[in-house]
Write a protein that binds this ligand. Structure first.
Ligand SMILES: Cc1cc2nc3c(=O)[nH]c(=O)nc-3n(C[C@H](O)[C@H](O)[C@H](O)COP(=O)(O)OP(=O)(O)OC[C@H]3O[C@@H](n4cnc5c(N)ncnc54)[C@H](O)[C@@H]3O)c2cc1C
Length: 297
């Protein structure tokens, strides 16, 4: 049977879209593999009404609430291919099932690509953190390290000043020019030259950053911004336009969250580099509503 909307990725963005569509009594199927980007973190912050709850708790409650709506079906499956045009899309799953829909909504998020640095993956989301708005409050006033990953790291140093005045920038083999050095000095930010070769940690809690395999610099937390990539590849199969967003790519969308292909909508981190549960939820709701409005007779 044809769905009105098939949603690929059933986390914050995808479930928010499903909620709006279910309430509009539209037939919706959500395909999801259960790997939200923030699953490494024990708590999710800055989410109104849900601050400091675990990501799994927030998503679990959302799934329970969606069970009220008879036209929404949640399926645990990986989507592997998509094809078609307006009113006639098909999505294939790893198990070989084909789902048909009048509209597609892509919300499968992005995957962070961890550097091959011993200890990095163990600490990610626990004491190696991407975002001060997500976790900065809990570690305010502590000694923060920042792994340099490009000129934006110098802006980060300025931003972090609202949370702590104990910051060490690890150049990680990059050249830092004289102007940047002067700015770091003015802000009392320590600069550690050399290549970061590993992280010492105890069960994910960082103790020190190893530099050039010879010295250790103690920190309480380390901020880092690894590159990322879309978690799925359906956008390639559909030929959707992308834009470069610094650490990765994002699907291009218009003000209604529609991608470059009519009838295909996108929401969440896949189409917005400012990673946030609140924004993913808001854009998911928008995409769901605009997809529904595009089907009125
Ligand atoms: C360590 C860390 C901590 C964070 N902490 C916070 C925080 O405290 N507060 C905050 O607001 N934000 C936080 N974020 C950002 C937040 O995680 C993201 O903005 C949010 O998860 C984006 O939601 P999404 O629905 O777009 O994608 P995701 O949550 O990443 O979900 C994508 C879903 O799609 C599924 N999927 C992927 N590919 C397929 C496929 N082919 N077929 C079917 N399903 C698929 C995945 O399994 C997943 O369930 C954090 C991020 C990280 C990395």
């Amino acid at each position: 049977m044809h769905n009105d909307v098939l949603i690929v990725g059933g986390s914050f963005a995808g479930l928010a879209a499903a909620l709006q569509l279910g309430r509009a009594r539209r037939k919706v199927t959500v395909l999801d593999t259960g790997l939200p980007r923030n699953r490494y973190a024990a708590h999710s912050h800055g989410v109104l009404g849900h601050d400091h709850k675990s990501p799994a708790e927030i998503l679990g409650a959302a799934r329970e609430q969606l069970a009220r709506y008879p036209t929404i079906e949640l399926i645990n499956a990986r989507a592997t291919n998509a094809s078609g045009t307006l009113d006639d899309f098909a999505v294939t799953t790893q198990g070989g099932q084909i789902h048909y829909a009048r509209r597609l909504l892509l919300s499968y998020g992005v995957v962070d690509k961890f550097p091959a640095m011993p200890g990095f993956a163990d600490c990610w989301g626990k004491s190696v953190l991407p975002c001060p708005y997500c976790d900065g409050f809990e570690v305010a006033g502590q000694h923060w390290g920042l792994l340099y990953s490009g000129p934006h790291s110098l802006h980060m140093v300025q931003l972090y000043g609202d949370w702590t005045d104990r910051i060490t920038l690890f150049a990680d083999g990059h050249a830092i020019d004289a102007q940047a050095r002067a700015d770091l000095k003015r802000r009392h930010v320590s600069l550690v030259e050399g290549k970061v070769t590993g992280l010492h940690h105890d069960n994910g809690q960082i103790a020190a950053v190893r530099v050039d395999d010879t010295r250790d610099v103690a920190v309480d937390v380390l901020f880092a911004h690894p590159h990322n990539a879309p978690a799925g590849d359906l956008h390639t199969a559909l030929g959707l336009e992308l834009e470069d967003v610094g650490l990765g790519v994002a699907l291009k969308v218009d003000d209604t969250r529609q991608t470059s292909l009519q009838g295909v909508y996108a929401a969440g981190d896949l189409a917005n580099p400012m990673a946030s549960v609140t924004l993913a939820t808001a854009h998911g709701a928008m995409a769901g509503i605009f997809a529904q409005r595009s089907m009125l007779s």
